[in-house]
Design a protein around this ligand. Sequence first.
Ligand SMILES: Nc1ncnc2c1ncn2[C@@H]1O[C@H](COP(=O)(O)OP(=O)(O)OP(=O)(O)O)[C@@H](O)[C@H]1O
Length: 220
Amino acid sequence: MSLALSIRDLRVRAGDRDLLSLNRLDLPPGSLTGIRGPSGAGKTTALHAMAGLIAGQGRLAWGDTDLCGLSDAQRTRFRGDHIGMIFQDFILFEEMTARQNAMIAAMFRPDRRSLARRTDALMERLGIAPLADRRAELLSGGERQRVAVVRALAHDPAILLADEPTASLDRPTADALIADLAALSRDAGRSVVIVSHDEQVWASMDRTLTIRDGRLVADP
Ligand SMILES: Nc1ncnc2c1ncn2[C@@H]1O[C@H](COP(=O)(O)OP(=O)(O)OP(=O)(O)O)[C@@H](O)[C@H]1O
């Protein structure tokens, strides 16, 4: 499944302050989109709204599903079914193994077996299969990030959202990660949005948007 994103007059507020105000944005299904902008501009807020982690007013629809029209519980369910997330600090459980961390979502899902198969295949593909039984606290930054990628993709989500996925990686590791993310997503028709300050990330995307002061700045 491939899902388009359609945003109309989306606002995210905190108290009486507008954190985000996006008038119109359409991303085709299966597209790879970067988001850049100065610190505090609202990039993470936009990503969290796309993930349904925070509620917005207006319209933010993946396919036919407008997240603004869903309850908190419905948004959580949509996220579990359709969205994979990679966070900047890619939080792992240190005492658990790489594979246990990657499989964490499986604990709450009925399709545990197919998820386990996909997890193993992804670990193989990303070159971390030999580390499957190593505790997370013993993994390097690049290895931890790969575990976070497997965890995000294990349920084969239609949407992948990532916040500064290369921020703590050296150049070669970051480049390899971005190439893998792009290939794993293009193959599957996955829609991807990546918040990043990294020009190499922007170069791998179909398009990169700029957010400033909570608003989209027109592409140059
Ligand atoms: N829950 C909240 N309540 C109040 N203000 C918030 C809340 N969440 C974020 N903000 C503010 O909204 C603005 C945008 O934050 P956001 O994290 O989206 O920025 P960003 O563009 O991702 O920045 P950075 O590149 O530094 O991560 C910031 O001024 C931040 O302090």
